[in-house]
Design a protein around this ligand. Structure first.
Ligand code: UDP
Ligand code: MG
Length: 337
């Protein structure tokens, strides 16, 4: 199933995103909306979202809510919303699979000419999604909403600020700072993103690694309207670790580097121990030299070997991620203009 999907995603669809626009039919904009225990705010969110999109009647809309195993009655509210609005679809997860997986499921089911991913706690303001659409109409294929300011706790602000910058330094792809998962993907980019099937998912990194014409729109991040964050420390740390380990082998390279340093220090230690034994035999405890030489040598060698093994583990890791080898935007042939 995943394989056929990957194959489909690989087939280049020339200029499909302009198809609807060219034919005069209204382009379809899909919203992917992950929901986890948002019972208090979800109705208001949908009202604000539909109010914002109503000001742009030139598009058709589709709202794909993903209920990520909520235990607080969010599903009931979503069913209600779906009953009153035929553009709404609700995917109901059998349990909580996490934010990144919820987004993935929504992306798999969104069929729009452009797909917008946003949080459902009104921290990503619906009106900003219209700015993303404008940038898309202007030719951008991926538009990320970047936080100019955010109204979270000082702790969250400080950790997020530092994390994004550390990640940027060690990651192999250029992951934009202060950008979450609030973004618009053109149909082609969304199709390609569906081809990334790795389990530990850091979607903003995958998007950054895809290429395409990427643009940023600045916005001020609001406070949560209701409830509290669904990213407790534990989940946040896991996401942070996923970000580093999916897009960088810096930790593995660190082992090799430490291995080299240990081996060099061990060699110096060995020279010192042997010199002491040769030139000052009177103060050298019997058996100490042999013990030191063996211990230092083995220690250094082990560290270095770990680094070597690590570099192979890194390769295996890259292989099992099974990311697309390349991404084709378009194939130009001679009978097209
Ligand atoms: N969310 C989800 N599954 C989870 C955690 C969060 O679908 O396991 C949703 C949540 O309902 C919200 C979005 O992901 O729409 C972002 O979560 P939250 O606002 O708690 O994160 P924060 O803004 O505090 O980083
Ligand atoms: Mg939030």
């Amino acid at each position: 199933m995943a394989d056929t999907m990957r194959q489909q995603a690989r087939v280049p669809v020339p200029q499909q995103q302009r198809r609807a626009i060219d034919e005069g039919a209204p382009p379809l904009i899909s919203y992917v909306l992950p929901v986890y225990n948002e019972v208090a705010g979800i109705k208001r969110f949908h009202e604000e979202l539909t109010a914002a999109t109503a000001t742009r009647a030139e598009f058709d809309y589709e709202f794909v809510y993903v209920n990520d195993g909520s235990s607080d009655g969010s599903l009931g509210v979503l069913k209600d919303v779906a009953k009153n609005d035929p553009r709404v679809r609700v995917m109901d997860f059998a349990r909580n699979f996490g934010h990144q997986i919820a987004i993935t499921a929504g992306l798999d089911h969104a069929s729009g000419d452009a797909v917008i991913v946003m949080d459902t706690d009104l921290q990503d303001p619906p009106r900003v999604s219209l700015d993303l659409i404008d940038a898309w109409l202007d030719g951008a294929e991926i538009v990320s909403a970047r936080r100019r300011t955010r109204r979270d706790t000082p702790f969250k602000r400080a950790t997020a600020h530092t994390y994004y910058r550390v990640l940027r330094r060690c990651a192999e792809v250029d992951i934009p700072v202060d950008t979450g998962d609030f973004r618009l993907l053109d149909r082609r980019a969304a199709e390609e993103l569906r081809g990334f099937r790795e389990r530990s998912r850091f979607i903003r990194g995958m998007v950054a690694s895809m290429g395409f014409e990427q643009r940023e729109v600045l916005f001020d991040r609001d406070e949560r309207v209701a409830g509290e964050t669904k990213y407790p420390m534990r989940k946040m740390l896991r996401l942070a670790a996923d970000g580093v380990t999916s897009f960088s082998t810096v930790p593995l390279k660190l082992i090799t580097r430490i291995g080299f340093i240990t081996l060099v220090l061990a060699m110096l230690g060995i020279v010192y121990a042997v010199a002491l034994r040769l030139f000052f035999p009177a103060i050298t405890v019997s058996g100490w030299t042999m013990l030191m030489v063996a211990m230092l040598f083995l220690g250094g060698l082990q560290m270095l070997s770990l680094g070597v093994i690590g570099s192979y583990v890194g390769r295996i890791y890259h292989e099992v991620q099974q990311r697309p080898l390349y991404i084709v935007r378009n194939v130009i042939s001679h009978d097209e203009d």
